[in-house]
Design a protein. Structure first.
Length: 714
């Protein structure tokens, strides 16, 4: 009896236990790859005053402290997060960010621990070490995610809780039923009992057959397949996400993402690059025939002393165009908030001599736009004796600032400024030695993939909303470029939370995408909070998903991965349920008339096969490949168009749901209005109406002949 009932089942069960852990280990392969990226040692160097290396020491990576200088040779791994202070190279960050192309590294660039230095030695100052590095944080998040339970797993746990007592009861009932059948109609048992021997007593045959059927029911029943259906899929899904630069903090956001019905985007740093850039330089040629290089040198030197973000953007642009890190000197610097700056600039001759001053024809290329600057040097007319003076008086600011200093802004210049301002850009004017010389347009440019990401989400039937603390005009201009029809501008962090709740009350699952501290409350309140990896630590902490690559198309990829994972979980559940619903009746002998007879060892083998098949089904998620940008562009071909301003619905604060007379404004509206009034005046804001002024002959001759334009990146 022992050989029949125990030996085969126990052998099968023992063998079935072996492949499951092996297959489960495959689900953590992505995590193992990440952990293998960690460097084990580092070369710490001591630098002299001139950055020469005085000494080198090979130490364990655990001993490296923040602020240490680390040398990374070609082909070596970066042992810490840090900033490059010397050298230039390319770094392979593909296993961390999912970006296949090497990334250029030069002084000032950030490096990620675990990435590989392609060529060229680098000196890196450690900023994050040990458990604080990006790689360790990713590993920690993935580990926590893989051990967390998705909501659907709770259903499996409840089902398993009822499943075990149900199987025990079914096994007992099978035993009792076959005992009764055996004594009532022994012919049935005699016909289907394997190895029937007439020498065996009738009672022994009936009991052995009844126990065989009962044990087979116990051995074939498989709560393991139900228990493995969700966690194995979650482990593979989060691992695949990490390989593609999408960190999902657990099973709940991974499951919830496929239910998203609305996505709210922050603007600055999310839809846009978050850094203001000069998008256009317009030279007022007939006013002052100054070479473009001289204008840029003067403007860059003046703005280098400014702490305003727009001023820093202008200074950076001038340095890039002049291909220098050192400009002239500035004195008597004065900054008036909301208006502009004034100063004296000198010692720019060395900067001008570095360029090719003999050429009369210069081509400038920036962000893919090429323009022609002709005859900027020859026949130059001096400005108020500027050519003979080593010092220049420079004024940079908005219309009001220029007019306050006694200069006239002609209608053509005003129209040019208004044209840029309606596009959400900031337009500022430049006057040198009392003569209006140039206009600069500055904007936070849109990311290249933003419009494509918005279009793809809309094509998936997802509502897309933009919500920002920026002014209405800028928000509307950005929305028209990326194709968002509903915009909320000049909002507070509390307003963003209120908007998330409002969408949730409509029955929608809401995803909030942001990167700043002001987005954190909304990220935490949303059903799925998605933070940009380059954002603040507070936002990343509050979010459920972190996009390492700062690519909005990863929002789409996250939703697609969620759908694939949930689909795989459902397939696993269906398979496990069908297996048990079909296997248990067969084991109980319901289909004996059809000739289907299972022995205990067969049930054990079938149970093991069901568990293995569920794990293999989950591993099929590893075949997931993130859709390329080329595929998205092909799908959107001919359908993706910018909107006209009239197609964009723009709301200030919460004014779309609370409309009260001005004399009886609500608390939220008063708070929003108060916040708007407290903001500094934009450099491009329209001044108060002024009386007419008589333009001079020089102003009447003002022409906008020569310009260098850089189109907004869409």
């Amino acid at each position: 009896m022992v050989s029949v009932f125990n030996q085969h089942p126990l052998t099968s069960l023992s063998l079935s236990v072996f492949p499951v852990p092996v297959l489960q280990s495959k689900t953590s392969e992505a995590l193992a790859k990440l952990m293998s990226l960690q460097a084990t040692d580092a070369t710490v160097v001591t630098l002299g005053p001139d950055h020469s290396i005085l000494s080198e020491e090979q130490v364990s990576v655990e001993l490296v402290q923040r602020g240490d200088i680390v040398k990374v040779v070609p082909g070596g791994k970066f042992p810490v997060d840090g900033k490059v202070i010397e050298g230039s190279s390319m770094a392979d960050e593909s296993l961390i960010t999912g970006e296949p192309m090497p990334v250029s590294k030069k002084p000032g660039s950030s490096v990620i621990a675990g990435s590989i230095n392609a060529h060229g030695s680098l000196l890196v100052q450690a900023t994050h070490v040990g458990a604080d590095t990006t790689l360790c944080q990713i590993v920690k998040l993935v580990e926590e995610a893989q051990t967390s339970k998705a909501p659907i797993q709770q259903f499996a746990d409840r089902l398993s809780g009822y499943f075990v007592p149900f199987i025990v009861i079914a096994s007992v009932l099978t035993l009792l039923v076959w005992l009764v059948i055996g004594f009532v109609d022994f012919h049935v048992v005699k016909e289907y009992f394997p190895g029937y021997d007439e020498n065996i007593p009738k009672t022994d045959v009936i009991v052995r057959f009844a126990f065989q059927a009962s044990i087979t029911v116990l051995s074939i029943a498989c709560p393991c397949s139900l228990g493995l259906a969700t966690p194995t899929a979650v482990m593979v899904g989060t691992g695949v996400g990490a390989q593609n630069g999408i960190l999902i903090k657990g099973g709940e956001p991974l499951e919830m993402a496929h239910k998203i019905g609305a996505v709210m985007f922050d603007k600055t740093g999310t839809i846009t690059n978050g850094v203001p850039r000069v998008t256009r330089v317009l030279v007022l040629w007939e006013r002052a025939r100054l070479p473009l290089r001289k204008v840029l040198a003067l403007v860059g030197t003046a703005e280098a002393s400014s702490e305003h973000p727009l001023g820093m953007a202008v200074a950076k642009h001038c340095k890039e165009e002049l291909e220098t890190d050192v400009l002239g000197s500035c004195k008597d610097f004065q900054s008036v908030p909301g208006c502009g700056i004034s100063c004296k600039v000198s010692n720019i001759e060395e900067v001008l001599l570095e360029g090719d001053q003999d050429s009369c024809h210069t081509q400038v290329t920036l962000q893919g736009a090429t323009t022609d600057e002709s005859s900027l040097v020859g026949d130059t007319v001096s400005v108020s004796g500027a050519s003979a003076s080593p010092s220049y008086s420079v004024l940079i600011g908005n219309r009001e600032w220029i007019r306050r200093n006694g200069l006239h802004v002609g209608a053509d210049v005003d129209d040019a400024m208004s044209s840029h301002e309606t596009k959400g850009q900031t337009a500022i004017l430049v006057a040198i030695d009392g003569v209006l010389c140039a206009m600069l347009a500055i904007a936070d440019t849109v990311k290249t993939e933003s419009a494509l990401a918005v279009h793809t989400l809309l094509s998936m039937g997802i509502e897309v909303v933009m919500i920002t603390g920026d002014n209405r005009r800028t928000a509307k201009a950005i929305a028209t470029q990326v194709g968002i029809r509903k915009v909320f501008a000049e909002v507070l962090p509390s307003h963003k939370v209120a908007k998330v709740q409002e969408l949730q009350e409509r029955g929608l699952r809401v995803a909030m995408v942001g990167d700043g501290v002001n987005d954190s409350p909304a990220l935490a309140r949303a059903d799925v909070g998605i933070a940009i990896g380059t954002g603040t630590d507070v936002a990343i902490e509050a979010a459920d998903v972190v996009l390492i690559r700062n690519d909005l198309l990863d929002v789409v990829a996250c939703i697609e991965l969620s759908k694939k994972t949930v689909q795989r979980i459902r397939i696993n559940f269906v398979f496990a349920l069908i297996y048990n619903l079909v296997g248990i009746p067969i084991a109980a002998g319901v289909f004996l008339p059809a000739g289907l007879v299972l022995q205990p060892w067969m049930g054990s083998a079938a149970m093991a096969a069901s568990s293995v098949s569920v794990v293999i089904s989950s591993l099929l998620l590893k075949l997931y490949k993130k859709t390329s940008i080329e595929t998205y562009e092909f799908r959107a071909q001919g359908n993706m168009k910018s909107l006209s301003p009239s197609q964009v619905s723009t709301h200030v604060g919460l004014d779309d749901r609370r409309r009260t007379p001005p004399s009886r404004r609500g608390a939220w509206e008063r708070l929003s209005q108060g916040s708007r009034l407290s903001l500094p005046i934009s450099l491009s804001s329209q001044p108060a109406s002024q009386g007419p002024s008589t333009p001079s002959l020089q102003d009447r001759c003002s022409l906008l002949d020569h310009e260098k334009e850089v189109g907004l990146v869409v």
